[in-house]
Design a protein around this ligand. Structure first.
Ligand SMILES: Cc1cc2nc3c(=O)[nH]c(=O)nc-3n(C[C@H](O)[C@H](O)[C@H](O)COP(=O)(O)OP(=O)(O)OC[C@H]3O[C@@H](n4cnc5c(N)ncnc54)[C@H](O)[C@@H]3O)c2cc1C
Length: 411
């Protein structure tokens, strides 16, 4: 009998799962990837065609295979510490998948270029926006991050002046080469957008509640030895502070962050999110040294200004030609998008711990329904698993999930 697997979302996570399935399957399998983009691998992060948008992780951390860490370095013909243009990563993923498919005797793949709108449980199937129904023995949700939301108060502004999703194709085209733009949010998305705009001559003001910018990558020495366990988030933060190099400390924590997160009580997890989330994010998700240098130069000339404050107050000052939301994904909006809304309405999914992502089994990524029961045949990969795992956004974590899931699916 032919096994039928359906991956919903053909961004980085979906392709990584597909790749692992194709490489490890030994029995006849049809693998369908439902993805509205023409080209696989081009989700939010890797669809940018701006060659100056670099990976935020050194090439040495971006291999598709955890057991072959230098694979991407060899493919990109670069050094492990180089930061490669992001769009090349999508090319890499597609090339790897194409190679794997070409040499597989058992797996047939197809890309259905459409959006999944509903998911049925009995039988397990997906319906796409043009009415196509695709049945599967297992469905894998690889939908990426929640979309950004546009705060209500921004509705007062003329539509053309507000860019709610700066990663949407040609989103910045409406902004010319002069004038003043307000960006709300000062994380990694802001850094990319601010650089793109400032290079064309636009003056950029970034504002966020804390006014914190991502730190820069830099070389660090040997990783310190971790204590046997941490009994609270405070203990983790104390330990990081006690180390001579915080980058090395985070490097040591990275492979075990998910395990540490799961040993914390819900109260401790909430405490971490309340007290340390912003600082964790800016230290853990860093920009390349090259990007940091250019950003600092543009700050020095006044072309980019970063401030701490209230986005609404700044926007209402009325002196901006456009407002760009760089606030990133908003978990509150997760269930507003099909097919998650339909699944939530049917009680098949519910929010993950602390409202992040959806509730899943920590090991397999199998979805848990509103009563906490595992839903047969329904899995998630990538940022949707953030509540359960905390770190579930970047390639090093996603490729491990993809491998574990593929092992389970082809067993
Ligand atoms: C700007 C930016 C830069 C980043 N840089 C890095 C980096 O350098 N290194 C790193 O490790 N991580 C980086 N990340 C983290 C990034 O989230 C992951 O690396 C990775 O892209 C996540 O993959 P994903 O497949 O889960 O999401 P995505 O790549 O966003 O893919 C989700 C896919 O699902 C599709 N989809 C959505 N809804 C439906 C539907 N209803 N039906 C069918 N398909 C649907 C979308 O079209 C999309 O292609 C970055 C993130 C961002 C936002």
């Amino acid at each position: 009998m032919t096994r039928k697997l359906v991956i919903i979302g053909g961004g980085a996570a979906g392709v990584l799962v597909a790749l692992q399935v194709v490489r490890s399957s030994r029995t006849p399998t049809t693998l369908t990837i439902i993805e509205p983009q023409q080209r696989l691998g081009e989700g939010v992060a890797y669809s940018t065609q701006d060659h100056t948008h670099l990976l935020n992780v050194p090439a040495g951390g971006m291999s598709a295979y955890a057991n072959d860490p230098q694979h991407f370095v060899a493919w990109a013909k670069c050094a492990p510490h180089d930061f490669v243009a992001r769009h090349r990563y999508a090319t890499y993923l597609r090339a790897e998948l194409a190679d794997a498919v070409a040499t597989s005797n058992t797996v047939r793949t197809q890309h259905v270029c459409d959006t999944a709108v509903t998911i049925g449980q009995h039988p397990l199937q997906v319906t796409t926006s043009n009415g196509t129904v695709i049945k599967g023995d297992a469905l894998i949700l690889a939908l990426g991050n929640a979309p950004p939301t546009r705060p209500d108060w921004l509705h007062n502004f003329a539509a053309t002046r507000v860019i709610s999703d700066p990663w949407a194709p040609r989103a910045l085209d409406a902004i010319g080469t002069t004038g003043q733009v307000l960006c709300i949010g000062t994380g990694l998305t802001f850094v990319d957008i601010a650089l793109s705009l400032a290079r064309r001559g636009v003056r950029v003001q970034g504002v966020s509640r804390h006014g914190l910018l991502p730190m820069a990558h830099a070389d660090f020495g040997a990783l310190p030895t971790l204590p046997a366990s941490f009994d609270s988030p405070r203990a983790v933060l104390r330990w990081i502070r006690s180390q001579t190099d915080w980058r090395a400390a985070l490097g040591a924590l990275r492979p075990v962050t998910q395990q540490i997160w799961q040993t914390f009580s819900p109260l401790h997890q909430a405490q971490f999110l309340r007290l340390a989330r912003r600082h964790w994010d800016i230290h853990r998700h860093r920009m390349s040294a090259e990007v940091a240098r250019e950003f600092a130069d543009l700050q020095a000339t006044g072309a980019i200004v970063v401030q701490r404050g209230d986005g609404r107050q700044h926007a209402e000052s009325g002196t901006f030609d456009a407002v760009v939301l760089c606030t990133g994904p908003d978990d509150a909006a997760l269930f507003t998008t099909p097919p998650l809304r339909a699944l939530a309405d049917a009680g098949l999914i519910h929010r993950g711990p602390h409202g992040m992502g959806v509730d899943t089994d920590a090991v397999s990524g199998q979805i848990k329904d509103a009563a906490g029961n595992l839903v047969a045949g329904l899995f998630a990969v990538g940022p949707l698993r953030r509540g359960t795992l905390w770190e579930s956004t970047a390639v090093p974590e996603i490729r491990s999930q993809a491998q574990q899931l593929a092992t389970l699916l082809v067993a």
